[in-house]
Design a protein around this ligand. Structure first.
Ligand SMILES: [Zn+2]
Ligand SMILES: [Zn+2]
Length: 372
């Protein structure tokens, strides 16, 4: 099991001077916990990424804070690295309970709805499902049959979760039944209204924050979301990396953003943080702290370059195709759907903008790509 998939532990650990790691439970594909970091100072505590909305997270937060002799009323600041629900969920609760100021990027949630909150790449989710199924088959000889049923249910769920409207890459996604569309629309409206925090202190690249008694530089790192940022303390070499740089998995890069080339933004942001000197302690939003930031940013870039090469090979083989055609060759059937297509689209658009692929609409209105 990958470290990002491990369940949240109750135990609070000191990971840097004046910084504690609080693991909060989440149930999201490919992830078992989210790290909330508590940055202590003379006035109380600032917390970074306060988990999912809801009572389970709130109780876990109270329990972890108590181990530091703190209560929610001591939280004077909440920092949100990016607009995904497992990172900002309980922010507004702190706002109500302690009047905490809420710090997020000035473009916070502008892309809300585009990324659908997906956290990890389709490939990582696929790998997780495969290894879980293999382990189960080893334990239980009847597992094969059960897994076939699960795969069938997954494919039904995927059909329902596809976009209601047409995607930017065209084609005709199956439209879910009206009752599902209605239910989803309702839950989106109520969810957004009830837990979206009010950002009191918007920040941008280059700003300096005073947390844990020292200065932190804001590094805007778009890619996973448009509003993602990381924090760097040059004094102690600590880098809070959010989802931008994770220890063993790669974040989901959606093609459904307002940016023209989210993958290029991600590459650029990886290069920029990889160049920061003196970082010796990277604190990610999922998984354990690690030391070598540059090694990891290089590996993540390599991973995407390999995916781009696979697309070039597929193009040479099939002589051009739709986003769906490419995604069905990149991923196994159980991963097919809007999320896989959105990632594939981001990679194909990157090749097109780099002048490496041509693109046109076919008679059905679907975009077709062919690499040069
Ligand atoms: Zn995220
Ligand atoms: Zn995350």
């Amino acid at each position: 099991m990958k470290q990002e998939q491990q369940d949240a532990r109750r135990e609070v650990t000191e990971v840097a001077p004046g910084i504690a790691r609080l693991e909060l439970p989440i149930r999201m594909p490919g992830l078992g916990h989210v790290n909330c970091y508590a940055l202590l100072d003379d006035e109380g505590v600032a917390i970074v990424d306060p988990g999912l909305p809801g009572n389970a997270t709130w109780r876990a937060l109270q329990d972890r804070l108590k181990q530091l002799d703190l209560e929610p009323r001591h939280v004077h600041t909440v920092v949100i690295t990016h607009s995904h629900p497992d990172h900002f969920g309980c922010a507004n609760r702190f706002q109500r309970e302690s009047g905490a100021k809420i710090i997020a990027h000035c473009h916070f949630a502008e892309d809300w709805g585009h990324s659908h909150g997906h956290e990890v790449s389709t490939e990582d989710m696929e790998a997780q499902r495969e290894s879980r199924d293999a382990a189960e088959r080893e334990r239980d000889p009847d597992a094969e049959e059960k897994q076939a049923k699960v795969r069938k249910a997954e494919s039904r769920k995927r059909a329902v979760s596809r976009w209601d409207g047409p995607s930017p890459w065209g084609g005709k996604p199956p439209r879910p039944p009206l009752k599902y569309r209605w239910r989803r629309w309702m839950s989106n409206v109520t969810r957004r209204e009830s837990f979206m925090p009010e950002i009191t202190d918007p920040v941008e690249h280059g700003n300096v924050l005073h947390l844990a008694g020292r200065e932190w530089f804001v590094h805007h790192t778009p890619g996973h979301t448009l509003d993602h940022f990381c924090l760097h303390d040059p004094e102690t070499g600590v880098f809070l990396s959010g989802d931008h740089v994770l220890p063993t998995i790669t974040p989901h890069i959606s093609g459904m953003t307002s940016g023209a080339d989210p993958l290029q933004s991600f590459f650029y942001a990886l290069d920029r943080v990889g160049e920061i000197s003196g970082v010796g302690n990277v604190l990610p939003a999922h998984g354990h702290p690690f030391e070598e930031l540059r090694k990891r940013t290089d590996a993540i870039k390599r991973h995407h370059e390999e995916r781009l090469q696979m697309l070039r090979n597929i193009s040479a083989e099939i002589g051009g195709g739709t986003v769906e055609d490419y995604s069905k060759r990149l991923f196994k059937p159980r991963s097919w759907g809007s999320m896989a297509e959105s990632e594939t689209y981001a990679h194909l658009e990157h090749l097109r903008i780099a002048g490496e692929a041509e693109c046109w609409r076919d008679d059905e209105g679907a975009l077709r790509y062919r690499t040069r």
